[in-house]
Write a protein that binds this ligand. Structure first.
Ligand code: FE2
Ligand code: FE2
Length: 474
């Protein structure tokens, strides 16, 4: 029997909710089984300097202390309720926000929650081996922080399934622990979450690109007319910011280190750069191309009747919906969408309602471009003439209007042959992967030490020094 308020910090009155308690009595041990199997490899006895959310108050959501990860207090938190909140878009606009699931949207809403929930344990599975090759104790602590919080995000979605979806919800909650990233028979739902994350460059790229997709999906769901979903996602966003920070600064530190070594040794040729044990800039560009394109697919088809339905029904809004100044119904509005016609990329207006995936993707691209601009400044400040670029939106896409076409990073429509000839100039090839992998031999865990291929961060976690003992091995 679990002591709920002690073990599971929450603001949903769990101690008095018998239905929820019963559901969790079954699910919580299964979750722990999943964590022991699929959580970070060989980490169960480590004491990690982690932040834990114990309340939604400003001083309660980031409590730092040493914790063994299996003893992490995965909590259930919703942003406090605003009694006056309304459905802010779609055909129900102006009605009070729903506190229970509207019957006619039950299965759609469940699907939306399951799809979001499935990404959370997936990324933990993708990253589970990386602790054995960490470039520092600081980075090891950061990946563990990301992992436990993705675990908590799974809890957040499972709370909704248990609390609002009865038996169907309980079954879905179990399935979330049964699917496995990359498994041929029972894979995770979305493509990018079945890709391997084989090295730390991939990890930082993933947390920069793919966790940011998570942010945008959560932002859209945080607008939902179904109030418990909106409030749950709002709180998750507070944690997501750190994941993207880990990714952006991780890549930035790799670039910085590469540039330092290039300058010190006056080398530019990638093979000379590699000989010095750092990651050459063209390889970083290829990783960027890969993670960007795979993540763009997560937004779904450019033109989608599902997206229109989610919006019209009030289930999933736009990025910053309530800050936008229009009718929030989009009956006559249009939005530009690209497609390939006769070997050329053309842009046409589509009904804005059906183009909502594309719009969210475009909102995401704006933020990504800013981040890549900040990486570029590191290169510019070193005085190295190399430009990092975002490939064309149609590059290497498997979903939507560009799927099945062969688009170069510059946006040129190619034939399949031409694509194949250039593919490995644009995407990491087996040699690139092998080189990056060769840097991942063994872990660096002496406090204050960093692997040769990455610069130290500007500052430590929670104002601790860089040589702080972020992880105690037992
Ligand atoms: Fe997450
Ligand atoms: Fe995340």
């Amino acid at each position: 029997m679990i002591n709920y308020t002690e073990k599971i910090p929450n603001n949903v009155d769990l101690g008095r909710d018998r239905v929820l308690q019963r559901a969790l009595e079954h699910w919580q041990p299964a979750y722990m089984g999943w964590w022991y199997d699929m959580g970070p490899n060989e980490s169960h006895n480590y004491e990690v300097y982690l932040r834990t959310a114990i309340s939604v108050e400003p001083d309660g959501w980031a409590q730092f202390d040493y914790v063994k990860m299996p003893e992490y207090r995965w909590g259930i938190f919703l942003q406090p309720r605003d009694e006056k909140r309304e459905v802010n878009f779609g055909i129900h606009k102006g009605q009070p926000a729903w506190q229970e699931v509207p019957g006619e949207y039950r299965s759609t809403l469940r699907r939306v929650i399951v799809t979001q929930g499935d990404t959370e344990p997936a990324s933990v599975e993708q990253q589970r081996m990386l602790g054995t090759s960490c470039p520092s104790m600081y980075d090891l602590r950061n990946i563990f922080q990301v992992n436990v919080e993705e675990g908590r995000h799974l809890w957040a979605m499972v709370y909704l399934l248990h609390r609002y979806f009865g038996r169907d919800g309980r079954e879905e909650a179990e399935s979330l622990l049964a699917r496995r990233s990359g498994d041929a028979d029972n894979p995770r739902i979305l493509g990018a979450f079945n890709e391997p994350t084989p090295d730390w460059l991939a990890f930082y790229m993933f947390t920069f690109f793919t966790d940011r997709d998570g942010k945008f999906q959560l932002c859209a769901l945080a607008e939902s007319g179904f109030d418990p979903l909106a409030r749950t996602c709002r709180f998750m966003l507070t944690e997501e910011a750190h994941h993207m920070f880990v990714g952006e600064t991780g890549v930035s530190r790799i670039i910085q280190r590469t540039c330092e070594v290039m300058k010190e040794n006056k080398v530019e040729d990638p093979s000379d750069v590699r000989a010095l044990g750092v990651i050459d800039l063209p390889t970083i560009q290829k990783y960027l191309n890969f993670h960007y394109s795979v993540t763009l697919d997560l937004y779904g088809s450019d033109v989608s009747s599902n997206a229109a339905n989610y919006y019209t029904s009030g289930l999933k809004g736009r990025f910053r919906e309530t800050k936008l100044e229009d009718d929030h119904v989009l009956r006559d509005a249009e939005y530009p969408v690209s497609e390939v016609v006769g070997g050329k990329i053309v842009t046409k207006n589509a009904p804005a309602l059906t183009a909502l995936n594309e719009r969210l993707r475009d909102d995401y691209i704006v933020e990504i471009a800013d981040g890549v601009g900040r990486w570029q400044r590191v290169i510019d400040n070193a005085g190295i003439p190399f430009r990092l670029t975002l490939p064309h939106k149609g590059f290497h896409r498997a979903i939507g209007n560009f799927a099945g076409h062969f688009i170069s990073p510059d946006g040129e429509v190619l034939g399949e042959e031409a694509w194949k000839n250039h593919k490995f100039e644009w995407l990491p090839n087996p040699k690139d992967h092998a080189y990056v992998q060769s840097l991942m031999s063994g872990r660096v865990v002496e406090p204050g030490k960093f692997a040769n291929w990455i610069a130290p961060p500007a500052r430590g976690i929670n104002n601790q020094p860089l040589n702080f003992e972020y992880v105690r091995f037992n």
